[in-house]
Structure formats: C-alpha cells, structure tokens
Design a binder for this molecule. Structure first.
Ligand code: KG4
Ligand code: ZN
Length: 346
C-alpha cells in the first residue's frame, strides 16, 4: 500500500509518500520545507509566522512529494496526518489540508501523534525487536517511552520543565551561537576534539541525574549556563576557545543526563531494542555515547537511531506510523478530525 503523510506541527512543512510491502517501508519521497532561516532572524519560532508559511507551502510540498514519488493521488491508499502535539496554528494547516484531500479524493484518513512518528522513524532502515525503550528528544519533548509493539506505548519518564532541544537552543542563544542551537553547539563542541582544550567535567549541573525515577529536568542547567557564561563575559574570558569549551561542557552535561536515565530504563524493563528519535537524536556525541555504553554494558541490545533526514520533523515518519493504524483500519471521519496541540501519546 502507499500512504501520503503530512506533517506541519512546528516549523517544517512536510509531505511524503511511503510504500509499504509486507511490513517493509520504502520512502518514495520525503519533501521538507524548512522555515529555519526565517525563525533564525527572531532567534526562535513565532507561531503566527510559522502558520502563515505552512499555508503558503503546504500545497506545493504535497504536489512535489507526489511528483518525486512518481505517484498520482488516485494511487494513494490512505492519508496520514500529524494532528498533535504541536503548535495549534501550525497543526491546523496540515490537518485541514489532509481533511480536504481525504474528502475530495475519497481516501481513508489517519491521525498520527507526532511523538509516535519520532519513535517509529527508525523503521525506515531497520527492524525493531520488541519490547523496546525509545528516547524521544526534540525541541518540544524529552520522553522515555516503553514500546511493547507499535501502538502500545507507556510513558516511563519525561522532563519536568524544558525539553533538551529547547535547552540546546537557549544555551546557544546565551553564547551567541544563533538558532537552531543544537547543531551550532555540536559544531562548537567538536572543535575541542583535536586540540588541547581543558574540559571541566563537573562545572555544569546534571539536574535529577541520580534521582530514582526516570524523570529529567533541564531548566537548572539552562540557568547555570546563563550565569556562568555571563561571568566569563564580565571577566573578559568569553573567547572563541572558551566558547567551544563551554559548548562541549554543556553538551556533555545534557548527554550525561539523557544517557544515564535512558539506560536505567533499558536495564529495568529488560528490552531488546533502544531507539532514539527527535531532532536532538541527530547529535553525534549523543549517538556515540549510547553506542559506547551499549557495546560495553548491553551487548545484546539493538541500538537504533534515525538517518539524519529522519531525526527532525518530517512526514515520512508520520506515514510510517500511519501504516500501523491503517493495518487496524483505525481511520477517522474527516469531518470529525481536529488538531490537538496537547495530545499525549500515553
Ligand atoms: O524534532 P524537531 O525537529 O522538532 C520538534 O519536534 O521540536 O527537533 C528540533 C530540536 C531543536 O531544539 C534543535 O536545536 C535540536 O532539535 N537539534 C539538535 C541537533 N540538531 C537539531 N540538538 C542537538 N544536536 C544536534 N545536532
Ligand atoms: Zn518533532
């Protein structure tokens, strides 16, 4: 079967055609129109601006996804759309467009939770052995999820305040590294790899890292970055070398928390696969840290993270997740679907 996926929950307008053959996924197209350059000017997303750009881009993006896949809309078997969580005004654009397509072209409509998309994005290239633990870590979410099988999820832990990606973005802003902060910080941090940089391991806090539960907190780290960086600036020590060192220390602090909490969950739930998903899963240091830990301490564990193009928001992951709903004929009446900005997966 062929599914048309549509995603517009935040600042990427995306449409994708995914062909599914006996449970294997073939991404025929995955068109992403990113608004990152626009939001870089304001140092963050302005929801009204994001929504306006979604309106402008959604139809050309869908058209291109069909064209790139060499598929006509008549050949599509179902339409999967992300209807939450996310920014209400952004979500509405994708949802209303998907509803119109479903009604006009008489296609079954599937609503997909954005987090479920991030969890299942790895299926593009891999098979998941169940049960699994997924760490979904993005600009809006930081969650550890137990995945019994597609569709059966249990929330194990989550951030009690800021998402890890949001913390990357804020820290980068404080250090004058621009938006989005995650890639900027990882580039800065990588500069420390081959030179004689002095890394102060315990300088920044790792909030809640040793708490007994699986919850996390990143707002204290953000505040520590603000005060420490300000102090360096006041002392005239905020040099390019110091910035790279500081970025590395910050990234290490985030990775320490994410890795230790997630592996604690892996150990407790005795799962077969560890999945990473979401924008922050593009972070190479995070991937490396998990790789080392898994090969040293969990040699039987399958460790999966998405291809770079599937780490951030994209419609292929929505189509993949949509397939499992289509399998169960879990369709929704287009006249009844509404965007749900606070839709919790579990
Ligand atoms: O999943 P995503 O595209 O959108 C949301 O659902 O939020 O994630 C965006 C987040 C941003 O906070 C961005 O700074 C972060 O992912 N990010 C990274 C990296 N690439 C993107 N964080 C750390 N390292 C990266 N390489
Ligand atoms: Zn996302």
């Amino acid at each position: 079967m062929q599914i048309l996926g549509i995603e517009s929950s935040c600042d990427e307008t995306s449409a994708s055609v995914v062909e599914i053959n006996r449970g294997s996924f073939n991404i025929l197209s995955n068109v992403i129109s990113s608004q990152v350059k626009t939001h870089a000017k304001t140092g963050g997303i302005v929801p009204e601006v994001a929504a306006r750009l979604h309106v402008k881009n959604v139809l050309p993006v869908i058209e291109n996804s069909l064209k790139n896949a060499n598929v006509k809309i008549d050949q599509i078997d179902a339409i999967a759309v992300c209807s939450g969580p996310g920014l209400i005004s952004s979500l509405m654009v994708g949802v209303e467009t998907a509803k119109s397509f479903a009604l006009v072209y008489k296609k079954p409509l599937i609503k997909v939770n954005h987090i479920e998309g991030h969890v299942l994005a790895v299926l593009e290239k891999n098979k998941i052995d169940y049960p699994a633990v997924a760490l979904v870590v993005s600009g809006g979410h930081t969650q550890i999820i137990h995945v019994k099988e597609p569709g059966k999820y249990k929330l194990i832990g989550q951030t009690r305040d800021d998402a890890a990606g949001e913390c990357f973005d804020k820290a980068a802003k404080i250090m004058g590294l621009g938006y989005p902060g995650g890639p900027a910080i990882s580039i800065e941090a990588a500069k420390t790899r081959n030179s004689k940089f002095e890394i102060r391991k315990t300088q920044l806090p790792r909030p809640m890292m040793n708490s007994k539960d699986f919850d996390m907190s990143f707002s204290g780290l953000k505040t520590a970055v603000l005060y420490d960086w300000r102090e360096l600036e006041e002392k005239g020590l905020a040099t390019p070398k110091q910035r790279a060192t500081f970025a590395r220390e910050f990234q290490d602090a985030v990775c320490d928390v994410l890795v230790s909490k997630t592996l604690k969950a892996v150990e407790k739930y005795k799962v077969k696969t560890l999945i990473l998903g979401g924008g922050v899963s593009a972070n190479q240091e995070l991937q490396r840290r998990f790789q080392v830990e898994v090969s040293d301490n969990f040699p039987q564990l399958k460790f999966l993270y998405p291809e770079l193009s599937m780490t951030g928001d994209n419609a292929a992951m929505i189509a993949i997740a949509g397939y499992y709903h289509a399998k169960d004929k879990d369709y929704i009446d287009p006249t009844k679907l509404t965007a749900d900005p606070n839709w919790e997966l579990v």
